[in-house]
Ligand binder design. Structure first.
Ligand SMILES: Cc1cc2nc3c(=O)[nH]c(=O)nc-3n(C[C@H](O)[C@H](O)[C@H](O)COP(=O)(O)OP(=O)(O)OC[C@H]3O[C@@H](n4cnc5c(N)ncnc54)[C@H](O)[C@@H]3O)c2cc1C
Length: 381
């Protein structure tokens, strides 16, 4: 069989990683991304060793670019909201590299996108093009573009994020459930803080499960990222870019340990987003149309695995579709997409549910099942 023509809807973290992995397997890839130009929006991406190992396997200059831009947390620490007591401390940098073959890296989302986009030939990217729907054919699929045109491919991948158009086309309207929580995100210069543990990934566990502050280094340690949640019923906007109120954030955390309050005192602006949960989907593909990343397993951020799962998906998808070229999957693309889903879904469902439970590494524990996963080696049915 000759190379597959693959259309990817969405050029975010998962879409770009898939474009690289599929391109390197010999497929002809086109990425449709609605944003005309990636701006420095969003903030953090936490790449635990499972994701770094998957990215390193993409080869090219990915590993070097990531390490140039990222920070490398020394530890993963859990602390108690009022006393500041450390309830668990996991070594991450060299220890993770030895144990899992890759370190943890924390990186601005824009730097991760830049590192990935640099590996995708410009001819592959169709920037500023919005997908409005898909058409399913006996063999292959069509991507409907906002201008009204339809482009046909052997495989269509929906990597179009949390509000996926491709998911809606396959499974009908989204059914998100509001958690009652809102999240705040901020990035502050490291120099504005005089606190211990700024080189670590630290989670402050609040008096109730709705309250937590997570902080870690970004931009080679020159910046500190801050994430916090609180219960709030009257804010329902799910967005990465809407501004929030810094004073409101400080007020919510006024009884926290002074070191936690000092983090919030340094924030000059924050974004605010409602948190929704979605149930695992009944299926991720139909015929030659499949889903990847947040489009098929959106999760609340309490295990910080959203981007990591999208990256793992990209690698396993490319491996599954390689079997079509190699003639291993006689029924071709639909069977390869089902093999991809079968390999991935138990894991992403477990991470979705673990994130919702929000107990990850609260009292220590073994992180191997998450951080030790090898997307390049996992068995494909
Ligand atoms: C602007 C933005 C900022 C973010 N900031 C953060 C952050 O600060 N912290 C964090 O933890 N996570 C953030 N995320 C989410 C995080 O990147 C994802 O959860 C994770 O990387 C999963 O990747 P994904 O590829 O599945 O989805 P995403 O990375 O969300 O990528 C989806 C891509 O699809 C594009 N797209 C969507 N709909 C269409 C369409 N109809 N046609 C064409 N293109 C489309 C989007 O523009 C986006 O580039 C952000 C996502 C976005 C889009």
């Amino acid at each position: 069989m000759s190379a597959l023509r693959i259309g990817i809807c969405g050029g975010g973290v998962g879409g770009l990683a898939a474009a690289i992995a599929l391109g390197r397997k010999g497929h002809a890839v086109t990425v449709f991304e609605q944003t005309p130009l990636f701006k420095r929006v969003g903030a953090d991406v936490n790449l635990t060793p499972n994701a770094v190992r998957a990215l390193d396997g993409l080869a090219g200059n990915v590993a070097v670019s990531l390490r140039d831009a990222a920070a490398r947390p020394t530890h993963r620490i859990s602390r108690t909201w009022d006393t500041g007591e450390i309830t668990s401390m996991l070594e991450m940098a060299e220890a993770a590299e030895t144990r899992y073959g890759a370190p943890q890296l924390t990186i601005h989302r824009a730097d991760l996108l830049a590192a990935l986009q640099a590996e995708v030939p410009a001819s592959v990217m169709r920037m500023g093009v919005r997908v409005t729907g898909i058409e399913e054919h006996g063999a292959g699929g069509g991507i409907v573009l906002s201008g009204g045109g339809v482009e046909r491919f052997d495989v269509v991948i929906g990597a179009d994020g949390i509000h996926s158009v491709v998911r809606a086309a396959l499974l009908g309207p989204d059914q998100p459930e509001f958690t009652g929580l809102v999240s705040f995100r901020a990035v502050v210069p490291r120099a504005s803080l005089d606190l211990p543990h700024l080189d670590a990934f630290t989670k402050w566990w609040g008096p109730t499960p709705d309250m937590q502050i997570v902080t870690f280094p970004l931009n080679r340690g020159q910046e500190t990222f801050i994430f916090a949640t609180t219960a709030q019923d009257d804010w329902r906007e799910e967005s990465w870019t809407l501004p929030g109120d810094v004073e409101e954030l400080r007020h919510v955390y006024r009884d926290f340990h002074p070191e936690a309050r000092a983090l919030l005192a340094a924030c000059t602006e924050v974004t605010k987003s409602a948190l929704y949960v979605r149930q695992p989907l009944p299926f991720w593909s139909r015929g030659a149309v499949g889903l990847l990343g947040d489009a098929c397993h959106p999760m609340v951020p309490f295990m910080a695995q959203g981007a990591c799962m999208a990256i793992e998906d990209a690698v396993v998808l490319a491996r599954a579709l390689a079997s079509v070229l190699e003639g291993v999957a006689p029924a071709g693309v639909p069977q390869a997409l089902r093999a991809y889903e079968a390999a991935r879904k138990p894991r992403t469902t477990r991470v979705q549910e673990g994130s919702r439970g929000n107990e990850w590494l609260k009292q220590g524990g073994n992180a191997d099942w998450v951080y030790g996963y090898d997307a390049w080696g996992v068995a494909l049915g």
